[in-house]
Structure formats: C-alpha cells, structure tokens
Ligand binder design. Structure first.
Ligand code: NDP
Length: 253
C-alpha cells in the first residue's frame, strides 16, 4: 500500500461501528491497517461486527447519551491500548422523525445528545491522546440535513448543522497540535436508520432515487475510502471541511 494511506499501528475508535455507515468506515480503516475499537449499545451487533472486522478488534458497549459514558469509554480504550488513540470517528446517531411542533423536550435531547453532545464529550476526553499521537484525526458525521431543512428533521438537522460548526472550531483550535478535524456528510444511505424512515414514509425510496444523480441509494461500503483518506497522512493538510458523500444529491439543482 502507498505509505501515505498506510494506517498500520494507528488506533481508531468508531462510535456506532457495529453496523451501517460506522461499520463501512471501520472496514476502510481496517483495510489500511488500523486497529479498530468499535462501540454500540447492542452486544450482539458488536460481536457480529468484531467477527467481520477480524482478530484484534475491540468492542465496548456504551450508551453515549449517558453523560458519564464518553469519558468512561475513552478511559477503557486507553487502558486497552497503552494510552494510545489516533483516530476518533463520531458516527453514532439517531433521529426521531416528527414535525417541529410535536417535539417534546425529552425527544429533542435524545437526538441532540446522541448526535452532538456525545461527540463533544468524546472528543474532549480523547484530546490528550489525539495530541500525543502527533497525527490525531477527528472525523464527525453530518448529513444532508447539515445543509438542508426537512419537515421531520428539526432536532436532527439542528444536531447535524451544529456538528459541522463544531468540527470547524476543532480544526482551528487543534491544528497546532497536529490534529485534523473533518466532517463527512452522507447522502441517503441504505441502513437501519433509513429503513425506519422508509417504513414511516413509503414515498421516500422513489424520491431519493429521483433526486440522486447516481440513481441509487448509498451503501455503507461507500464510506470506506473517505474515512481511510481523512484518517491518513495523505489528508494531513485537510482540516475543517465537510465533505458530501451523496452520489451528487447536494449539488442537484
Ligand atoms: P444505523 O442506525 O445503522 O447506525 C447507528 C449507529 O449508532 C449504530 O451502530 C448504533 O449502535 C449507534 N448508536 C445509536 N444511538 C446510540 C447511543 N445512544 N449510544 C451508542 N451508540 C448509539 O444508522 P446509520 O449507519 O445510517 O447512521 C450512522 C451515522 O450516519 C449517524 O450519525 C447518522 O445520523 C448518519 N447519517 C446517516 C444517513 C443515512 O442515510 N443512513 C444520512 C446522513 C447521516 P446500537 O444500535 O448498538 O446502539
């Protein structure tokens, strides 16, 4: 493998790495040599993902909406890796598809805490290790709803817009530490999350196909390359960006 894309010896923590886009990214990082640590709430999904990612992969159960969980998770990871962490992928995410006027406080915070606050807490806890790495990487997952609005996406869109701005602040703050921070903005990808959305809104499937220039839904495997690139030395001067991976969805007028 070309040395600039080689992740041998690097340790990557991928939240929500037990399925969907997170597992797609974890596979890309592993293919370039990184050692993977994945998290999710579901032990069975964690075990299945470890089987796919191969020997040496670590998995921890954590509900990242618990305010203490991110710090505890980072401590567990560092205990298992001799204090090393090079790549943090904040991917865990959720949505509660409701109109803005129907949102309760509880639902709002469930979405914001999963998609945004947990990423802040994890990133803050990981900072000393990322700095010590000398080539720390933060990869945050936004959405098309980082750019657009949607009738059932008020909390989700707020969290996904905010995580892009958070990413920019990380990039500016931590460049002197050799840490880059970038966001990936997935288009419509076939995962558990969007299967739920399609059950709720049956017309969604065809409307996504009609609007997406690539004329297909994205697949988690579409995220292997972008994650590996952003984590690699090849992307050392790429920071503060928000990169759509959407089959052209966001540029279709
Ligand atoms: P999935 O539902 O397949 O994956 C979500 C992941 O997040 C799961 O691994 C889940 O693990 C984990 N997770 C959810 N809530 C928590 C929690 N409270 N604590 C810990 N882990 C949690 O969805 P996707 O793969 O589609 O989503 C991944 C990311 O991509 C999300 O941030 C999502 O918003 C974003 N995205 C997805 C798009 C799509 O079209 N699919 C489009 C744009 C953005 P477990 O089930 O074990 O808890």
């Amino acid at each position: 493998m070309t040395a600039i894309f080689d992740l041998s010896g690097r340790i990557a923590l991928v939240t929500g790495g037990n399925g969907g886009i997170g597992l797609g990214m974890a596979k890309g990082l592993a293919a370039c040599g990184a050692k993977l640590v994945i998290t999710g709430r579901n032990a069975e999904k964690n075990a299945a993902a470890v089987a796919e990612l191969g020997k040496g992969t670590l998995a921890f159960e954590a509900d990242l909406t618990d305010p203490a969980a991110p710090q505890a998770l980072v401590e567990k990871v560092l205990a298992a890796t001799d204090g090393r962490l090079d790549i943090l992928v904040n991917n865990a995410g959720t949505n509660i598809r409701k109109r803005p006027e129907e949102y309760s406080d509880e639902e709002w915070f469930a979405v914001i805490d999963t998609n945004l606050t947990s990423a802040m807490r994890l990133t803050r806890a990981a900072y000393p290790a990322l700095k010590a790495s000398g080539h720390g990487r933060v990869i945050n997952i936004g959405s098309m709803l980082s750019i657009f609005g949607g009738p059932l996406h008020s909390a989700y869109g707020a969290s996904k817009g905010a995580i892009v701005q958070y990413t920019k602040s990380l990039a500016v703050s931590w460049s002197p530490d050799g840490i880059t921070a970038n966001a990936i903005l997935p288009g419509w990808i076939d995962t558990e999350l969007t299967r739920g959305a399609r059950r709720q809104s049956p017309a969604l499937h065809d409307s996504v196909l009609a609007r997406t220039p690539a004329k297909r839904w994205g697949d988690p495997s579409d995220f292997a390359g972008i994650a590996a690139f952003l984590a690699s030395d090849a992307a050392a001067f790429v920071t503060g960006t928000a990169i759509p991976v959407d089959g052209g969805f966001s540029v279709h007028g």
